[in-house]
Design a protein around this ligand. Structure first.
Ligand code: ZN
Length: 451
């Protein structure tokens, strides 16, 4: 910010400043002035779109564009690991500008370290650099996006740190405190701009490959592969009925948003709860039996390695995968019993359904739970998984706990030594004596307290 006594003086000052900074590669934009004449002599692209500057006003002129987002990239090679942060800004005129803000490279340790671990070091370097940059720009870290080309790092970051060994666990814990798993995305190796910083490049090769441009062409194809999926939601509930109710309320909210006239209010209805259950089942089936569902939709035969091939599966009218029913097709049974809904062996929804049935049947045994579940669902390897879950039921464990019996003391010698009759006589303390009171047979403790 500066001033001058005349317009020509101000123009000269503006020219000198522009030339001086452009020699260092810095382009000055957003020129503002309280003199329209001066502003007219500056390119419209370089001017701030607002009207003339009023010095008396409290208005501030934003030096950065209206909207900007930070994107971080990390990469590693056997020689080095690196992190780069780019800023994507949209100007008032809608022009998109992508620029490198900062980058950092570290040489790989001399001690041989596996490439995924180096990639993890790169990811840690990136979150630290992003934290620093966000603090400097007063930008929320939670809105920054992180990209890496290592799927192993993504799975490490997506799980709890305690699952991994010390080296990985320490770094994952640090990454998770500075960022969340949903901010991490995959980018293919050749689109990763941080790749350039991990290898030795000659000046001519740098001239040919401009990472900013490379990213610009690829940014539309980057699809975050770590969006929170349905599985994450299911893991938040330990009861099937609660999960169903939460999903029902979510579905009701969506429906009410779509039909503002006929809104549903009040208690949840049975059809809403059933609908929520179908939504959950479809979600699980799409994840677990994706290949089978795709083959059935295309009317193709199932793979010979499919686990549900023997169950003769088919898709019903609402696209739910059901078992063919074996030889019970002509039996006088309900549709759901003849054609049960297929569920995978290891899935949180399967566990919730088994626990639900076990509880509503008053902690019944494996056989009863299995036969009741099979009236609606067919769980692959049901017997093992039901038995496993019942064995973990705390209430059942408490009830089935064996009662501890005390060791009986030794018998007195007079009881076990042969002797003539009535050689020794005695009366037991507290022995029960039976006697008749009117027509009732009553048992009372012996009141005698002597031998
Ligand atoms: Zn139980």
């Amino acid at each position: 910010m500066s001033g001058a006594n005349s317009i020509s003086e101000a123009l000269e000052l503006q020219n000198q400043l522009t030339q001086m900074l452009s020699s260092a590669g810095l382009v000055l934009r957003k020129w503002a002035s309280n003199c329209n004449e001066l502003l007219n002599s500056i390119d419209s692209d370089m001017r701030l779109s607002t009207t003339s500057l009023n010095i008396d006003n409290d208005d501030t002129v934003k030096t950065l564009d209206n909207q900007f987002h930070l994107f971080g990239f990390s990469d590693a090679s056997e020689k080095a690991y690196a992190a780069a942060i780019y800023c994507r800004s949209v100007s008032d005129t809608g022009k998109i500008n992508v620029q490198l803000i900062t980058a950092k490279t570290r040489v790989a340790p001399l001690k041989p370290v596996s490439l995924p671990r180096l990639e993890l070091c790169g990811a840690l370097l990136l979150v630290k650099l992003m934290d620093f940059t966000c603090k400097a720009l007063n930008y929320p870290v939670s809105q920054a996006q992180f990209y890496t080309d290592s799927t192993i790092v993504l799975s490490w970051v997506g799980s709890h740190a305690s699952r991994w060994k010390t080296f990985v666990a320490n770094r994952v814990a640090k990454i998770q405190t500075l960022s969340s798993a949903t901010q991490w995305h995959h980018i293919s190796g050749n689109a990763n701009p941080a790749d350039l910083a991990t290898r030795d490049s000659s000046v001519p090769s740098l001239k040919d490959s401009v990472p900013e441009e490379r990213y610009c062409t690829f940014q539309s194809t980057i699809v975050p592969n770590h969006l929170p999926d349905g599985n994450d939601l299911l893991h938040k509930f330990s009861s099937l009925s609660k999960l169903k109710r939460v999903i029902s309320y979510c579905l009701r909210f969506v429906n009410n948003c779509k039909n503002s006239k006929g809104k549903t209010i009040g208690f949840l209805k049975t059809n809403e709860l059933n609908n929520a259950m179908y939504v959950l089942i479809k979600l699980v089936q799409t994840i677990e039996f994706n290949n089978e569902i795709n083959a059935l939709k295309r009317n193709q035969p199932l793979s010979s390695r499919s686990k549900i091939l023997s169950l003769n599966p088919f898709l019903d009218h609402s696209n739910i995968l059901r078992g063919g029913g074996g030889r019970l097709r002509h039996a006088n049974l309900a549709y759901g019993h003849k054609h049960p809904i297929l569920l995978p062996k290891r899935h949180i929804l399967t566990d919730l359904i088994i626990r639900h049935y076990h509880e509503i049947l008053f902690h019944a045994c494996t056989q009863l739970v299995q036969s009741c579940i099979q009236e609606q669902y067919w769980i692959i390897g049901a017997r093992d998984v039901i038995r496993h879950l019942i064995r973990k039921c705390v209430k059942c464990c408490k009830v089935k706990a064996s009662i501890i019996n005390q060791m009986m003391s030794d018998l007195p010698s007079s009881h076990i030594s042969p002797a003539p009759a009535f050689m020794r006589c005695g009366v037991d303390y507290e022995m029960l004596v039976l006697f008749k009171l009117k027509s009732l047979k009553v048992v009372v403790p012996n009141p005698l307290k002597h031998t």
